[in-house]
Design a protein around this ligand. Structure first.
Ligand SMILES: NC(=O)c1ccc[n+]([C@@H]2O[C@H](COP(=O)([O-])OP(=O)(O)OC[C@H]3O[C@@H](n4cnc5c(N)ncnc54)[C@H](OP(=O)(O)O)[C@@H]3O)[C@@H](O)[C@H]2O)c1
Length: 313
């Protein structure tokens, strides 16, 4: 009996891994798409109708991604979009309607389409050991995780700590004006930081790796508040000092007050949620446990905090 031989183009098509990427127009999603293409994958980017004509969708097309408009309320629509993929990656961002509801429909679609692997939109500190209520956004991720762990699909969560890029923007920790590093609790608690680019590159590599475990943990740098002070001093050439605002108990009280004064229930990252994130990290409860998986894809060079702070000058 002879084995049928595919024509060369069909052989190539059969070898190129295909990844479905939800949330591809987002900050992280665009970078994951870039790194998937760079690593030779076919990318099917799922976008909502209102995002289809935007600059981000255009940029995805220019990168060679197939942009597919989907209705996240329709499992049938999502199932069609998932056909033939080797992995579904979600970089969706939002609250319950997205992280729990839309991702659950995307998961059902991936299973129905026979996709073997799913990477949820976790991309965070380790939320698995946190008490319920200590971080609204992490509660939603644990809720989705319960659906994911019941589904007949191989799941991999990528845990990367805090996006290092936030240190020069939204996260009020390294204060360049007064040259202080602001913190609560202990200045010696190790904290995990990874850049968006490193997270995206690692996620792309993981999406193309059929052997990933349930969790992959990475950190571009593990740094304490004291280490951040050293990094800020080295990056700027100016001496930074520590500014301890109080205990973690005080930060907990500030979170309650801030939430009561400005609840912003529809905002994904209101100030009180950012403070919850800081509390989770500074308490050590969201610290990535066990050995890191940084070396899994040896081509990735991990950006240290000092480099990001120097860039933010
Ligand atoms: N570790 C950290 O420090 C950190 C910091 C920030 C974010 N993150 C995480 O990184 C992941 C991606 O975040 P991001 O900042 O890249 O997100 P983003 O830029 O805000 O948006 C991601 C995508 O979410 C989709 N989306 C928004 N609202 C939606 C809705 N109502 N229905 C369906 N899709 C909707 C959009 O898809 P369309 O293409 O359809 O518009 C958008 O492209 C999230 O898990 C987020 O929590 C982590």
């Amino acid at each position: 009996m002879t084995t049928p031989t595919l024509p060369p183009t069909a052989q190539r098509a059969a070898q190129v891994p295909s990844v479905v990427l939800a949330g591809a127009t987002g900050a992280l999603g665009l970078l994951i798409a870039h790194h998937l293409r760079r690593r030779g994958a076919t990318v099917r980017a799922l976008v909502r109708a209102q995002s289809n004509t935007g600059a981000e969708a255009e940029s995805l097309r220019l990168q060679g991604a197939e942009v597919v408009v989907v209705n996240y309320d329709s499992v049938a629509d999502l199932t069609r979009a998932c056909q033939g993929a080797g992995c579904v990656v979600s970089a969706l961002n939002g609250l319950r309607p997205i992280i729990v509801d839309a991702q659950t429909r995307l998961l059902a679609a991936a299973v129905a389409a026979g996709v073997p692997r799913f990477i949820p939109s976790d991309f965070s500190a380790d939320f698995s050991r946190l008490p319920e209520g200590s971080n609204r956004n992490f509660d939603l991720r644990r809720e989705f995780q319960r659906h994911l762990d019941q589904a007949p699909i191989q799941a991999t969560s990528i845990l990367n700590g805090m996006f290092m890029d936030l240190l020069t923007g939204q996260a009020p920790v390294v204060l360049t004006g007064p040259r202080r590093v602001l913190y609560w609790g202990s200045a010696d608690q190790p904290l995990d930081f990874t850049t968006l680019v490193n997270t995206a590159d690692f996620t792309a590599a993981a999406a193309l790796d059929a052997t990933t475990p349930r969790y992959l943990r990475v950190a571009g740098e593990v740094a304490s508040i004291r280490d951040l002070r050293e990094a800020a001093t080295a990056a700027t050439g100016h001496r930074f000092r520590l500014l301890r605002a109080g205990s973690l108990g005080l930060l907990g009280t500030l979170i309650k007050v801030s939430k009561a004064l400005a609840p912003a229930p529809d905002e994904v990252f209101p100030p009180w949620q950012g403070m919850q994130y800081l509390h989770n990290m500074l308490s050590g409860q969201a610290k990535l446990a066990g050995p890191l998986d940084n070396a899994r894809y040896p081509d990735i060079r991990w950006t240290p905090v000092r480099e990001v702070l120097a860039r933010g000058q």
